[in-house]
Design a protein around this ligand. Structure first.
Ligand SMILES: O=C1C[C@@](O)(C(=O)O)C[C@@H](O)[C@@H]1O
Length: 284
């Protein structure tokens, strides 16, 4: 016989109180290659971390074949030829095929923001400007603190090509004040971002809560654009799992090698995302 908890009975639920009505502002979603960003459970992104074409293509195949990965992030700054647009464009097209039609985010994460290579703002602008017309990019990660004229030109060029823009900010050492996080996300919105993104490092649990608080305030009061926010490291991992409850619509997971501290295996990530989604859906 199955053990039952004291007082539990099949006929009467433990509580008969109806769930209180909830008021949640949803993102205005958009779809890229059939993936709805800003709707339902957060969508998962798995980054490449390879340094050469062979490694990147191997990873893209694994990501493409994994049903728990919704999008692939092609990380250019890890490449041995990170500033060679012709070689990157040729590889990018192969990555798109290997990823089996999953939407691709292309990212050069500068050293200034926790990436692996230094690049001047002018060269960053030139590299992206040369890659945008190549036709393999679905979404472009654009750092908000690169030179303003570079950022605005790349937003316009991307949009003219039908590429969605993720405008991003990273702090690998600390978590800015709540008001500062909100200021950055609002600035990204004003710059024309399609996705607002910030990654911060917590030093204590209160920092984790502030990232969630800022994300929720953005969604409730300032913008209905999809957001991609995370607190990094082990302490921040909860933010990668629970975004649907506070307004983060995308989340990074890993297969094998993380591209940032605190990333969780994408299969485990999906299980938790589904659990949270079912709980939220069931309480509507
Ligand atoms: O900016 C981000 C977020 C990230 O740093 C993370 O914390 O998951 C991972 C990077 O690959 C990505 O470009």
């Amino acid at each position: 016989m199955a053990a039952s908890l004291p007082h539990a009975s099949a006929a009467a639920p433990a509580t008969s109180a109806a769930a209180a009505p909830v008021s949640v502002r949803h993102a205005a979603f958009f779809s890229v290659r059939g993936v709805a960003i800003g709707q339902g459970a957060p969508k998962t992104i798995v980054p490449t971390t390879g340094a050469n074409a062979e490694q990147v293509l191997q990873q893209a195949q694994v990501i493409g074949a994994n049903p728990n990965a919704d999008l692939i992030e092609f990380r250019l700054d890890y490449l041995d030829f990170a500033t060679d647009p012709a070689r990157i464009a040729a590889l990018g097209k192969q990555v798109a095929v290997a990823a089996q039609g999953k939407p691709m985010i292309v990212t050069f994460r500068t050293k200034a923001e926790g990436g692996s290579k230094e690049i001047s703002d002018a060269d960053y602008g030139k590299l992206y400007a040369a890659l945008i017309p190549a036709g393999f990019i679905d979404l472009l990660d654009l750092e908000m603190f690169r030179a303003p004229e570079v950022v605005s030109a790349l937003v316009a060029q991307s949009h003219a090509k039908g590429i969605k823009v993720v405008i991003s900010s990273h702090d690998f050492h600390a978590t800015p004040a709540t008001a500062e996080i909100i200021t950055r996300l609002r600035r990204q919105d004003a710059l024309g971002a399609d996705v607002l993104k910030i990654a911060v490092m917590p030093k204590n649990p209160a920092d984790v809560l502030r990232l969630m608080d800022a994300t929720e305030q953005m969604r409730a009061s300032y913008s209905d654009k999809p957001q991609l926010t995370m607190s990094m490291g082990g302490l921040g991992a909860v933010t990668r799992l629970s975004g649907e409850a506070f307004g983060s619509d995308l989340t990074f997971g890993m297969i094998g090698t993380p591209s940032a501290p605190g990333q969780v295996d994408v299969g485990q990530l999906r299980q938790v995302l589904n659990t949270v989604h079912a709980a939220i859906d069931g309480n509507k």
